[in-house]
Design a protein around this ligand. Structure first.
Ligand code: 13P
Ligand code: SF4
Length: 350
């Protein structure tokens, strides 16, 4: 195992990447926390998984692995560590627990929710399955374990199209993100039919339709805020800017942009691209993280949409997670066994 760096060494490393993004006084405080976290990690045989949306000082220091939901799920399934600290939101930590049930999984905040995960319940999925018993249920990983347990196969933003094509069935229930569903429908040539909840009852009139995605009306409160007018305004002011959108944005926004993909796919596109400048339609910490690693690139600093749930995870909370063993993810064995099937089916698709 590598020797733990001193506070001074850590501070110098952080300054090289982040001095234009984070004030030096904050970087110094961060360096002290990072050294503490590294010591605790070693002492407890822990691994830290960090989502691409983590704030810059955290993202560029303590995670052993960084990535999008799919990449981190794969890491969680493979790790040999005793403890997984998931620097991301709760549904991601739950996914890690489902894939590695024998490990202790910690998420540093108990307020790291997700508007998509909150939008649907297991009861809603059961009601939809009653309406369409022959249609497979594809569920975005941005859902809780009880919803995954009712699911045939999960998907992430990076493999949603692949998963729907892999099923090769006429009608698919696709939950819960209506915008991701519309983007998948465009790429798979399927039609969208919305299921609605009226007075507690789920209604959907997809009976006569063929080749459809039956869709729930959930959305991400962060990506919902980007509009076609935003795209037009960038095009007008800076026509050479390459605009990248996460597929949780509305379909008309994605269609108007130059590139769409998972958080890691966007990072790669900027890194490998040769555009004059870039604009990212996604959570804004990711822009800072990209710039820190690509200081020769110009990114339009238009971003003010921070995911309030991802923002709960700080270096201090990560240190406390390891110090006080909090907040441990607990899921019943029955739910784990059911939910794992839907995740494993997804992970088997390459
Ligand atoms: P990725 O799987 O692309 O990282 O997306 C997760 C997410 O929550 C985006 O809002
Ligand atoms: Fe959920 Fe949206 Fe935050 Fe991603 S950005 S975790 S989808 S609320």
């Amino acid at each position: 195992m590598n020797k733990i760096k001193s506070v001074d060494e850590t501070f110098n490393d952080l300054k090289i990447k982040l001095s234009k993004i984070v004030p030096e006084a904050e970087l110094l405080l961060a360096s002290e926390l990072i050294v503490e976290i590294e010591e605790l990690k070693k002492e407890r045989n822990a691994v830290i998984l960090g989502h691409n949306y983590m704030e810059p000082a955290l993202y560029h220091s303590v995670p052993d692995y960084k990535g999008d939901s799919l990449e981190l799920s794969r890491r969680a399934a493979e790790t040999k560590a005793d403890i997984i600290v998931f620097c991301g939101v709760e549904f991601m930590a739950e996914t890690a627990k489902i894939l590695s049930p024998e490990k202790t999984v910690l998420v540093p905040s108990d307020r790291a929710g997700c508007s998509l995960a909150e939008s649907i319940t297991a009861e809603d999925v059961r009601a939809l399955k009653k309406l369409y018993p022959n249609a497979p249920v594809v569920t975005y990983v941005n859902t809780y374990a009880d919803v995954k347990a009712e699911t045939d196969i999960c998907c992430t933003s990076s493999n949603a199209v692949k998963v729907v094509n892999h099923l090769a069935t006429d009608t698919v229930i696709f939950l819960p993100d209506a915008y991701l569903a519309a983007n998948v429908a465009r790429e798979t040539g399927k039609k969208i039919v919305y299921a609605k909840k009226i007075n507690g009852e789920i209604v959907c009139d997809a009976t006569a339709d063929k080749n459809v995605l039956i869709v729930w009306q959930g959305f991400c409160e962060v990506h919902d805020r980007f509009s076609v007018e935003d795209v037009q305004s960038i095009r007008k002011q800076s026509p050479e800017t390459m605009i990248l959108a996460h597929p949780e944005c509305k379909a008309d926004v994605v269609e108007a942009c130059d590139f769409s993909g998972s958080t890691s796919a966007m990072i790669k596109a900027v890194k490998e691209g040769n555009a004059k400048s870039y604009a990212l339609f996604t959570e804004c910490s990711m822009g800072d993280n990209i710039i820190a690693e690509n200081q020769d690139k110009e990114l339009l600093r238009m971003c003010s949409f921070r995911c309030p749930y991802m923002a709960q995870i700080t270096l201090e909370m990560t240190r406390d997670a390891l110090k006080y063993n909090r907040y441990e993810v607990n899921i019943s064995n029955e739910l784990i066994d059911k939910a794992r099937l839907s995740l494993n089916r997804m992970l088997e698709i390459h």
